[in-house]
Design a protein around this ligand. Structure first.
Ligand code: PLP
Ligand code: COI
Length: 338
């Protein structure tokens, strides 16, 4: 076990000295290999550098109460990376290769998996890039798949604590029928400037509305939108330009378990004030309660500025309870690393 202040980790890169890779050449995937040097040679004309053939995933590993180390729903991330790769004209790793690479990255970094009870987890970052040199705009025929692993703390510095959000309207993030539904690296560079402007104004998290009309709520820069109503509804946007969040999918299941009605539908921005609680959900964000949303000179607030609402608190506890093994894994989400 590494000598790390587990309880005070932030969400930052850490070089653990080992990661895994697999390469795709001549129409087939090679074996999973261990790598120790974080710098890898890449052709200066690689399609990932020039034409953005790059995508990634994010998933977490936990030490559970019984001492086992388990990954949360890795097969879901495998499927999403495969779908993303297809949209970007890349060849995604098959599910078995993806999941085994995640297991192997955890095994190699076992000493970096935060112990039970610290509130921290190990973040896995699978990355897929096109490596064929091209100068004309064409897809690669060679790909590199890597999985990095590192211990992390909360994405927003105070953890499960309400944050202020701001609607970023100057820079759209995802076009209709574009890349928003997949985890293309391009989506994140599209959001960098907007997020930077939000942070400068004191808002740690930007909300994006639909690019065509700026009328409907889409999602936050790195997480999905969830709204709770007083009449026990869990409402989340239906849109083909938002990421299909695995956390959101899991919370929908838990919401139904808790007797909530789940609605996936268009949510007009004007409906926002009807929610009793609003949250941002994702692997890194887990559930981040949203205290307020500012759009232009108007601000809508939800609940208290220093305490999350009780429904999202219950959902957060249930999700984390399953992840840390405090609550029975009744849906079979935790995959133990052997
Ligand atoms: N939306 C965006 C834009 C994201 O980057 C993420 C993070 O992965 C999510 C939503 C949440 O997805 P997931 O719950 O699968 O991590
Ligand atoms: C995640 O939640 O895993 C993400 O990918 C969000 C962000 C860190 C890019």
């Amino acid at each position: 076990m590494k000598d790390i202040d587990w309880g005070n980790l932030s969400f930052s890169y850490m070089d653990t000295g080992a990661f895994v890779k697999a390469e795709y050449h001549d129409a087939k995937w090679g074996k999973i290999e261990k790598c120790t040097d974080a710098h890898m040679p890449l052709h200066i004309a690689a399609t990932s550098l020039h034409y953005g053939q790059s995508c990634f995933e994010g998933l977490k590993t936990f030490t559970m109460k019984n001492g086992e180390v388990a990954i949360f729903r890795p097969e879901e991330n495998a499927r999403r990376m495969f779908e993303t790769a297809d949209r970007l004209m890349m060849v995604g790793p098959p599910e078995e290769l993806f999941v085994e690479a995640c297991y192997e990255a955890v095994r190699l970094n076992r000493d970096y998996v935060p112990p039970y009870g610290t509130g921290a987890s190990m973040y896995l970052r699978p990355l897929l890039i096109g490596t064929t040199p091209r100068v004309g705009v064409q897809a690669a025929e060679d790909f590199l798949f890597v999985v990095l692993a590192m211990p992390v703390g909360p994405y927003y510095k105070n953890g499960f604590f309400p944050v202020k959000s701001w609607v970023q309207e100057k820079y759209d993030r995802a076009a209709p029928h574009g890349l928003g539904h997949v985890k293309a690296a391009a989506n994140y560079v599209a959001g960098l400037k907007g997020d930077y402007e939000g942070k400068k104004l004191g808002y740690p998290i930007c909300m994006y509305v639909d690019s065509a009309e700026h009328k409907y709520i889409e999602e936050f820069g790195t997480s999905n939108f969830v709204g709770i109503t007083a009449d026990k509804k869990y409402i989340t946007p239906a849109s083909d330009s938002i990421l299909k969040s695995i956390t959101n999918k899991s919370l929908q299941t838990l919401a139904e378990d808790m007797g909530y009605t789940v609605e996936r539908r268009l949510i007009a921005f004007d409906e926002l004030s009807k929610f009793s609680e609003v949250g941002a959900c994702g692997t890194a964000a887990v559930i981040t309660p949203i205290h307020s949303v500012t759009r232009g000179d108007k601000t809508i607030t939800f609940g208290s500025a220093d305490k999350a609402g009780e429904v999202l608190t219950a959902m957060f506890k249930e999700l984390q309870g399953i992840q840390y093994g405090d609550v029975a894994d009744r849906h079979g989400w935790m995959k133990v690393v052997k």
